[in-house]
Design a protein around this ligand. Structure first.
Ligand SMILES: *Cc1c(COP(=O)(O)O)cnc(C)c1O
Length: 448
């Protein structure tokens, strides 16, 4: 049996129709270096999606590798209830300097979805313990994505992931999300006055008194196709939450650690959420770790004599894993000492310019939108009407297959192709990635 055959003999891959693998077998990756992956035959792929958005500073980054190796010979893991260790303490100390002002307490878990579950329970229990027991429901945005466990799916709104499971999910209030490419108010990004925020105001008027929190992906609805919305929306939402006593949970899992050009997407709007979830880039994409970060005020509502029963009885076995914390510390050090975000912002300007030169005039490119180094290319059947391709044709997926042949890992979101590269990508590498991307688009579109 080949390795690929053995793989398919045993493994049920994530988010995959396994039958597709008959035609496109799994790629056995042997090595990673910087933005590159190498398969077992030595073929090179540019990892332009940062291996599901988590690889922040390149594969096999020497500083992170070294930190983990050192930690490995010291302590691999320890129970985190009543026990602690320096890497966790130092990581929180570091992060507290970078997170939005007012966020001071760090609750560890081991993946993004778990951090979301933690935030929902925390918000619910907070309201309960401050005596607002009628506040039981959650608000969220349409097209939102917060992970795939049951609570996270409930506050998500993408049919692709959630529809089938509806009978298992919480009944949430969905607010129509901003849609800047197909703005229902006929505005463009340049002349927008966040008219769509009226939908949020209406929902708050009607439902806020029964809601403990609203959860949003700040500025970037990633899984929905890298939909980017204005900072003003988030700023207004912060105010609205304060007026109605609804907690603001911000899911920075995809946007955190420089992805949007600032340390956190919240920083664009200069707001502090009540609860913030981070994961993906936290360990540079090395180890599964997540943190739900909150304010002194929320923390205080759980702080009491044991017999009052106010403790937050929430735990994950691998909470605060030392290897993850050491990786996280190395990431913070690199971000700080090597001015990574500033440099990435310069490269982002270059990427925008070159990508637009290469593709904006192409008849099937509806929009090229971007924030930080994240750049999305929305493919449409008709540029004028913005009508999309039939999902059955799987245009994005066909181009993805083409791109693999050309040495580019361009896994799409429906018919949206995107770049979300490690922040360390260089200009020549951007050039090469664009070249491979354009070749792949032509490779499929011109022959269909
Ligand atoms: C990836 C992601 C999650 C879920 O994280 P997992 O580690 O995959 O469970 C949640 N929210 C956002 C915005 C994400 O991008």
């Amino acid at each position: 049996m080949t390795l690929e055959e053995k793989d398919l003999n045993y493994i049920w891959h994530p988010c995959s129709q396994m039958k597709d693998y008959e035609e496109l077998p799994p790629i056995i990756v042997k090595k990673g270096q910087g933005i590159y992956l190498y398969d077992k035959n030595g073929k090179e792929y540019i990892d332009i999606v940062s291996s599901w958005w988590c690889n922040l500073l390149g594969h096999c980054n020497p500083t992170i590798n070294k930190a983990i190796k050192e930690q490995l010979d010291c302590l691999e893991h320890v129970i985190f209830a009543n026990f602690s260790h320096e890497p966790a303490i130092q990581l929180c100390e570091q992060l507290s300097e970078n997170v939005p002002k007012g966020l001071t307490k760090f609750n560890f878990s081991d993946n993004g979805s778990s951090a979301i579950e933690c935030s929902l329970k925390m918000a619910f229990q907070y309201q309960y313990q401050v005596g607002k027991r009628e506040k039981k429901r959650f608000m969220c945005l349409t097209e939102g994505y917060h992970g795939e466990t049951i609570g996270a799916l409930s506050v998500g709104a993408m049919d692709l992931y959630a529809k089938l499971y509806q009978p298992m999910l919480m009944d949430t209030i969905q607010i129509e999300a901003p849609d800047c490419y197909r703005c229902p108010y006929g505005k463009t990004r340049e002349c927008c006055d966040t008219e769509c925020f009226r939908k949020a105001e209406k929902a708050f008027e009607q439902y806020a008194q029964e809601c403990c929190a609203i959860i949003v992906e700040p500025l970037l609805q990633g899984s929905a196709g890298m939909r980017i919305y204005p900072a003003m929306y988030l700023k207004k939402l912060r105010k609205l939450c304060d007026e109605y006593d609804v907690l603001l949970i911000v899911d920075e899992i995809a946007t955190g650690f420089g992805r949007t050009g600032k340390m956190f997407a919240c920083d664009h709007a200069e707001i502090t959420p009540d609860i913030m979830c981070v994961s993906k880039g936290l360990t540079g994409g090395y180890l599964p770790m997540a943190i739900t970060i909150t304010t002194e005020e929320i923390y205080r509502a759980f702080y009491a004599d044991y017999k009052e029963g106010k403790a937050f009885m929430h735990s994950h076995t691998y909470s605060g894993n030392p290897l993850g914390c050491r990786a996280g510390l190395a990431v913070q050090k690199i971000l700080r000492e090597e001015n990574i975000i500033e440099k990435a912002n310069q490269r982002a300007v270059y990427l925008t310019k070159r990508l637009k030169e290469a593709l904006l005039e192409y008849p099937y490119v509806g929009e090229i939108r971007h924030i930080g180094l994240i750049h999305a290319i929305e493919l449409v059947k008709d540029k004028k009407t913005k009508e999309g391709f039939d999902s059955e044709e799987r245009v994005g997926y066909q181009i993805y297959k083409e791109a693999l042949k050309n040495g580019l890992l361009l896994r799409p979101l429906g018919n949206v192709l995107y770049f979300n590269p490690p922040l360390i990508i260089e200009e020549e590498q951007i050039e090469e990635a664009i070249k491979r991307c354009v070749t792949s688009i032509h490779g499929y579109m011109d022959g269909r």
